[in-house]
Write a protein that binds this ligand. Structure first.
Ligand code: PLP
Length: 445
């Protein structure tokens, strides 16, 4: 007899029932406290239970929650688009609202193809992405994702968009060493473009910092500058997938700002609503919008809930909270504090191969041998076991398992809400220390 009608990630597993959340803490129905060390799925950027957001929800719902975007616009959606355009770099001034990160990257793909079609170029319909990447779960977004585990059951329906190597210095797929390598991983994009044919390719999509499939892999400083040049050389659009890195997570509103590189399209989600409602967006440059406006005038996509005033009001309240509490600054300072702690832990536990990240998007990669950087076998299930131990000990961390080939590799993300304090980071580190200690004992047995 099935006890629950809800399809959960792992069928048959017991999931605690959540009761409530406040700040970086969550509490289940049995009263157990969990520190949200991963902001859920790197989403709850302002923490749980923020009263002002609940108030904004209530106010908007009392006016109007939903209108269909083909019939009306709303003050909330207009204001939110203006706010995002204000923060977005360069001429990225137009915003298309969707409901999930997958829809945001898929909309980016469609806009890129449409941009060339409006100009009479019907052959640029392919994308290039990288192995060790994650751009979402719907078929278009999965086509772009270089995440073999998630692709494997659906390969017959997917396009082969992952073609370029990632800038993964710790486990360089090109077996090079930075900086002597001259950032060959960026040149690898050029080789892929030449192999496929530039006349076939509309865009290159990349996460500024690789998140879900690699555990906060930060590229060398020169990487995105070179990528921008290569894209321009072959008339290929550059799409930054900032679904995880955007909205202040890395200490800047958009992670691409770290390298002063302006993409043509940016996808955001997650922290945009901080989890208070499903909301995501595709931000598009004037260069692209001018072409569409002079052509068919219609961006060929859209969802029932796109630009609904309820979600827009929530996001405005979230951004307002971020601004008033200077959360981008806090992410920078606390991120460095967290990294310093993690590096100290690395001295203690040989299985911590690498510690990396920017702002409060921090990652740890676990290896069998820290000298050779040999990964653990998949069957050892290091990430899964650590997750369970941390959970048991009251700390939530996020699994990031894609690895060099998109198959193996053990890493986690530590990414607490952006308003985390030093004292709370110390608490997180105490539990993490204890949990990695327990894992080490288990692995030796
Ligand atoms: N893009 C990136 C970089 C992500 O990390 C994710 C989710 O983890 C997505 C896209 C997909 O977002 P969603 O799960 O909201 O569809």
């Amino acid at each position: 007899m099935r006890k629950s009608h809800l399809i959960k990630p792992v069928l048959g597993s017991a999931y605690p029932v959540i009761s409530h959340g406040k700040g970086i803490y969550l509490y289940d129905k049995d009263g157990k406290q969990y520190i949200d060390g991963s902001s859920g799925a790197i989403t709850c950027n302002i923490g749980h239970g923020v009263h002002e957001v609940a108030e904004a929800m209530w106010n908007q719902a009392n006016h109007v929650s939903f209108v269909y975007r083909s019939q009306f616009t709303s003050e909330a959606a207009e204001q939110l688009a203006e706010k995002i355009a204000h923060y977005a770099p360069g001429d990225l001034n137009s915003v298309f609202f969707v409901n999930s990160g997958s829809e945001a990257t898929e909309t980016a793909l469609k806009v890129a193809i449409q941009y060339f079609q409006e100009q009479g170029n019907m052959t640029k319909t392919k994308m290039i992405s990288r192995w060790t990447s994650y751009h979402g779960i719907t078929l278009g977004a999965l086509s772009m994702s270089g995440h073999k585990l998630r692709r494997q059951r659906f390969t017959s329906l997917l396009e082969d968009f992952p073609a370029a190597h990632p800038p993964y210095c710790y486990q360089c797929p090109l077996k090079e060493t930075y900086p002597g390598c001259g950032v060959k991983c960026a040149d690898d994009l050029e080789s892929s473009i030449q192999a496929i044919g530039p006349d076939q390719i509309a865009a290159f999509i990349a996460e500024p910092i690789i998140g879900a499939s690699g555990g906060a892999i930060v590229p060398p400083d020169e990487y995105f500058g070179k990528i921008r040049e290569i894209c321009d050389k072959y008339n290929i659009l550059l799409i930054a997938d900032e679904v995880m890195t955007g909205m202040g997570r890395t200490g800047k509103m958009f992670a691409m700002e770290h390298w002063n590189v302006t993409p043509d399209i940016i996808a955001i989600g997650k922290g945009m609503s901080a989890g208070y409602t499903p909301m995501a967006a595709t931000i598009v440059s004037d260069r692209i919008m001018n072409v569409i406006e002079a052509g068919s005038k219609v961006v060929m996509s859209g969802h029932t809930f796109s630009a609904n005033p309820q979600s827009a009001a929530v996001c405005l309240a979230v951004i307002d909270y971020m601004e008033r509490n200077k959360l981008q600054d806090n992410a920078r300072v606390m991120g460095q504090y967290l990294i310093n702690h993690l590096q100290r832990l690395q001295w203690k536990y040989p299985l911590i191969g690498d510690v990396r990240g920017k702002g409060l998007l921090c990652g740890i990669e676990f290896v069998k041998n820290p000298i050779t950087r040999e990964p653990f076998e998949i069957t050892t299930k290091v990430t899964d076991r650590l997750l369970s131990i941390c959970f048991e000990n009251g700390l939530l961390v996020y699994p990031a398992v894609g690895g060099v080939t998109g198959f193996s590799g053990d890493s986690i993300l530590l990414s607490p809400p952006l308003n985390v304090t030093k004292e709370q980071i110390t608490d997180i580190m105490d539990i993490l220390d204890q949990s990695i200690g327990e894992l080490t004992t288990l692995l030796i047995k």
